[in-house]
Design a protein around this ligand. Structure first.
Ligand SMILES: *Cc1c(COP(=O)(O)O)cnc(C)c1O
Length: 346
């Protein structure tokens, strides 16, 4: 049975062109700075987002961890959203490994943090308090329906950060999805932040890897932190080669994933018992509620899976589906058909 796997855009397999590039990649020891393919990927990623330098890391989690450890010392504080990936899904790494204190404030439904909430969270200079050092944003926002943050909003937070002497880091795991959805150059989304991390292994379909981008000085420090974390990889060009194909070939096609997500949302909206606001589908991520079916999300997931459609349950009554490379418009129609079958109340 052909399985339509919508659990995440991380399940993508590398394209034939990626496998070919990996097989042919020119290699060296990257800890000596001698892997030409890694060097090329780092330069290319930095150039794409308009920063001076890049650093190839194993994952998005490692990208955020390395970046935040580079910005903050032990006992210092980072302001981030209570729905952010870094706060919820990264194993508490910044606290566990960096002694960095997470100060969460509410994410608004549109993925933003209110400027007044950020202001209020910045600590006064007083021995009782940790020192605030950094603000983190996430674009697109995974838990907030994959919504993109605009360059204007990001710029406003960056202005605030600068005015208050703080750094700003962007978790841009799906920044290219944001650029495509907003119709802006990805540089505009990155221009005002000090550092950002982009994932090659989500919608861009590379098998492994993320790139941190920032100033030369920031990346030089981040390179030290990455080594400490055990992330100094040797002939990593074999992975970077796929990342280069991802940046060159997989960005423009994200539009297709967004179109498929919108079509899926419209289909779901027409099914009794399922609840979704299609206007709340912005990129490749679709969340919907199953309350009206009288079924638990897990039950529905099981029924879908038995019919070759996989999704993720993200709450007792909430399900997530993500479109990606390898999912076709036909797969979406089939998914809607299967949902219609399984969503019938018992
Ligand atoms: C997936 C994701 C990450 C982490 O990436 P991994 O490669 O899975 O470690 C970070 N931030 C966001 C918003 C993500 O969606």
């Amino acid at each position: 049975m052909h399985v339509v796997d919508l659990r995440s855009d991380t399940v993508t397999l590398p394209s034939d062109e990626m496998r070919e590039a990996m097989a042919q990649a020119e290699l060296g020891d990257d800890v000596f700075g001698e892997d030409p393919t890694v060097n090329r990927l780092e330069r290319m990623a930095a150039e794409r987002v308009g920063k001076e330098a890049g650093l190839f890391v194993a994952s998005g989690t490692m990208g955020n961890l390395t970046s935040i450890l580079t910005h903050c010392r032990r006992g210092e504080e980072v302001i981030l959203g209570d729905q952010s990936h870094t706060f919820i899904y990264e194993g508490g790494g910044i606290a566990a490994l960096g002694g960095i204190h997470p100060h969460t404030i509410p994410n608004q439904p549109d993925g933003t943090l209110r400027l007044e909430d950020i202001e209020a969270a910045i600590r006064p200079d007083n021995v009782h308090f940790p020192r605030t050092r950094l603000i983190c944003l996430e674009n697109t926002h995974n838990r907030c329906c994959g919504v993109p943050l605009t360059p204007q909003y990001t710029g406003a937070v960056a202005d605030l950060a600068r005015r208050r002497g703080l750094g700003i880091h962007l978790d841009g795991a799906r920044l290219f999805n944001a650029a495509v959805a907003l119709g802006v150059n990805v540089k505009e989304l990155a221009a005002s932040v000090d550092s950002l991390s982009i994932c090659l292994s989500k919608g861009l379909a590379a098998p492994v890897g993320s790139v941190i981008c920032g100033s030369k000085a920031f990346i030089a420090e981040a390179r030290r932190v990455r080594k400490v974390l055990g992330g100094g990889m040797r002939q990593a060009g074999v992975l970077a080669a796929a990342g280069i194909v991802a940046l060159e070939k997989m960005v423009d096609r994200l539009r297709e994933d967004h179109d498929n997500a919108r079509r899926l949302a419209e289909g779901i909206a027409g099914i009794e018992g399922l609840a979704i606001d299609p206007a709340n589908v912005h990129t490749d991520i679709v969340y919907f509620d199953v309350v009206g079916t009288g079924l638990a999300a897990d039950t529905l997931i099981k029924r879908l899976s038995d019919r070759g459609v996989r999704m993720l349950s993200v709450g007792p009554k909430r399900i997530r589906a993500v479109t990606h490379y390898g999912i076709t418009a036909d797969d979406i129609e089939r998914t809607i058909g299967v949902l219609e079958e399984v969503a019938k109340p018992v």
